[in-house]
Design a protein around this ligand. Structure first.
Ligand code: FMN
Length: 228
């Protein structure tokens, strides 16, 4: 990856407390990114880092799951075209300076999700400029196209993209693709006998969350080291 790794660059401004401060900006439709964010926050807070969370809230409520298979197909098509989903104004806390910003969200049709795209359009430069930005991606399987686009957008905002932490769902294909689609469309995959056998769960495993917590703990130590 040609993006800058944490440790090679340090852009840290003085904050009121001695503790490193991290802002996590995130959107989560089916609670998977939210779980990742929780694990990261726990890992960092265990090392005394101040973690501030900013959830991206769509102006129009977006309920999980979608209402039908046709709504899901339509949403996938629109998100392939990078349709924006307008978001509510961010809290004041998002405009403070941080040691690092984490931008977390799901992959939608090979792209960042609509609320994250709106965040980049509306606030990207103001919040990400001159900041280390660690993307966290939750997806079924494919996150690289999402990442290449996101990296470009972060750079256009004059932010410094770090190597992303990407997490895929932990079930073999082809069961995963079918199971995720049905779950998002509000159908229960377990009602289909073959999926009941092979599609064990939607989303990330507890093992992935534990690994992520460990990674976040190690990163928090690096942030402290950068302070010395
Ligand atoms: C509209 C839509 C499109 C999606 N497109 C992709 C995709 O292109 N690649 C992929 O790996 N996962 C895709 N997914 C699956 C999500 O990325 C995955 O379920 C993720 O864990 C959801 O995170 P969240 O619960 O935080 O929203 C898509 C999900 C939705 C709702």
């Amino acid at each position: 990856m040609d993006c800058i790794r944490f440790g090679e660059t340090s852009i840290v401004e003085e904050s009121n407390s001695d503790r490193p401060k991290v802002l996590i900006i995130f959107f989560s439709f089916s609670r998977q990114t939210r779980k990742l964010v929780q694990a990261v926050a726990e890992g960092m807070e265990s090392q005394g880092v101040d973690v501030v969370r900013q959830r991206l809230v769509p102006v129009e409520t977006l309920n999980f799951p979608f209402k039908s298979i046709s709504t899901t197909f339509l949403m996938m098509l629109l998100t392939l075209l990078r349709k924006r989903i307008p978001i509510r104004p961010l809290d004041k806390k998002s405009f403070h300076r941080y040691d690092m910003i984490i931008l977390a969200g799901p992959t939608w049709s090979y792209n960042p999700s609509g609320p994250v795209l709106s965040f980049l359009d509306d606030y990207g430069e103001r919040i990400l400029k001159n900041q280390l930005v660690l993307p966290i991606i939750s997806c079924r399987s494919y996150w690289r196209t999402h990442w290449y686009y996101l990296k470009g957008r972060i750079r256009k905002c004059h932010g410094i993209p770090l190597t992303p932490w990407a997490f895929t769902h932990n079930v073999p294909e082809p069961w995963k693709t079918v199971g995720v689609f049905l779950t998002i469309a509000g159908k229960n995959p377990k009602r289909i006998p073959i999926l009941k056998k092979f599609y064990t769960r939607y989303g990330h495993s507890n093992r992935q969350l534990a690994l992520l917590k460990d990674k976040a703990t190690a990163l928090a130590r690096e942030l402290w080291a950068g302070r010395r």
